[in-house]
Write a protein that binds this ligand. Structure first.
Ligand code: NAD
Length: 364
């Protein structure tokens, strides 16, 4: 029996989490999925209940869980609190506390939604990229860092970009493994023409490649990669890169898919424990209206099934049910085409469950 911790969070969080729970209950009852579900507060709701965005009770449950499913946190109500009490601080704290060093962000263009992409349809049809970003090292964490006054009396800000071989090796392995389950192509992105840390990154990734002869490895400079993602994004299968470059490139890639309500993410560590969450925020502007798009939440659950529970066929079943529901016209207001009907969060969750039930019945 695996333990899954559910963190509904703030804003539209409880509304979209309710749809993920429906799917989990269906899988428990009809597909024999052996999971125990538990709940806790993170973000603004936790601040309201206990004064802290990542309280001890949540920390204890998160550390004991095999996987954590998070909706989203934040909202104007908590915007003016001191940094330690901000909902986003809770988000950073849980990621750091669980030691999640690998961030996986798929960017997939579904045919039914091709018109939503920021690029022309002919450039993105069939696009399916996975960006693997190192999440706990690099310039966001390197020491020394700070703002100091220099000898000339002027203030200077500085940060340190530092990667050890072992840090690069472990993220490279995650990316090679992911590529193995896909089209077996991995592009490592760096800036080795000017940065020593990138030189070591490139050498280390190339050395790890010896263990993955079935995966074709290429290297690309980050400035070129930013351009290629817009010029010809379908050349990529899996991308692996450091924290800073990954932060920027994954946001760029997300625009290729057109809607933030469709993008899931996973943050993993070596033993498969992971935190799974939509890329979007708590959408306070539409919270409580029952109109939020639950697809990114459901696709995050699919990633949980695949990466933390090793339930590849159930992950595929859920992803396929999402695609089918979108093709059948079950779209929320943010992805609806002109003149089409917008469905509620609940109606979309129900449609996905019906698809899954039908697929499970066919497979018996
Ligand atoms: P946002 O992603 O919440 O919203 C941006 C826009 O996209 C809004 O118009 C919103 O209505 C829409 N949107 C987002 N998700 C949607 C969905 N599932 N269905 C339909 N429409 C959706 O970003 P923001 O407005 O910049 O931030 C709002 C709050 O969320 C802030 O407090 C921010 O700090 C927080 N935030 C949290 C996370 C997280 O929990 N991981 C990420 C980003 C922002």
């Amino acid at each position: 029996m695996k333990n899954i911790l559910l963190l509904p969070g703030d804003g539209i969080g409880p509304e979209i989490m309710a749809e993920a729970e429906k799917v989990l209950h269906l899988l428990q009852e009809q597909a024999g999925l052996a999971v125990a579900l538990d709940y806790a507060d993170l973000g603004g709701c936790a601040v309201d209940a206990s004064g802290e965005p990542y309280p001890e009770a949540t920390r204890a449950k998160a550390r004991a869980a095999d996987a954590v499913l998070l909706a989203c946190v934040g909202g104007p109500k908590w915007d003016n609190l001191p940094r330690a009490q901000r909902p986003e601080t809770g988000l950073l704290a849980i990621r750091a506390d669980l030691g999640l060093f690998a961030n996986l962000r798929p960017a997939h263009v579904m045919d039914a939604l091709i018109d939503r992409s920021a690029l022309k349809a002919e450039r993105v049809r069939g696009l399916d990229i996975l960006i693997v970003r190192e999440l706990t090292g690099g310039i966001y964490f390197g020491q020394p860092r700070g703002i100091e006054t220099n000898a000339a009396g002027e203030r200077e800000g500085y940060n340190t970009l530092r990667y050890s071989e072992s840090e690069v090796r472990r993220i490279a392995r995650v990316a090679f493994e992911a590529a193995r389950g896909r089209q077996k192509r991995l592009c490592s992105i760096d800036k080795m023409n000017v940065l020593e840390s990138s030189q070591l990154w490139r050498e280390t990734v190339a050395a790890v490649a010896a263990d993955y002869p079935d995966v074709a490895l290429t290297h690309m400079l980050v400035d070129n990669a930013a351009m290629q993602l817009v010029r010809d994004p379908r050349q990529f299968d899996v991308i692996v890169t450091g924290n800073l470059f990954g932060d920027i490139l994954s946001d760029e890639a997300s625009m290729l898919t057109g809607s933030i309500g469709l993008l899931p993410s996973a943050s993993l560590r070596d033993d498969g424990v992971g935190l799974f969450e939509p890329v979007h925020g708590s959408a306070p502007d539409i919270a409580g209206q029952g109109s939020a798009n639950p697809y990114a939440m459901l696709l995050s659950l699919a990633m949980l099934l695949r990466h933390s529970l090793q339930e590849e066929s159930l992950a595929w079943l859920l992803e396929n049910a999402v695609k089918e529901s979108i093709s059948q016209g079950y779209r929320s207001a943010d992805i609806v085409a002109d003149g089409q009907q917008a469905y509620s969060t609940t109606a979309i969750g129900d449609a996905v469950c019906r698809e899954m039930e039908a697929a499970l019945a066919r497979s018996v």
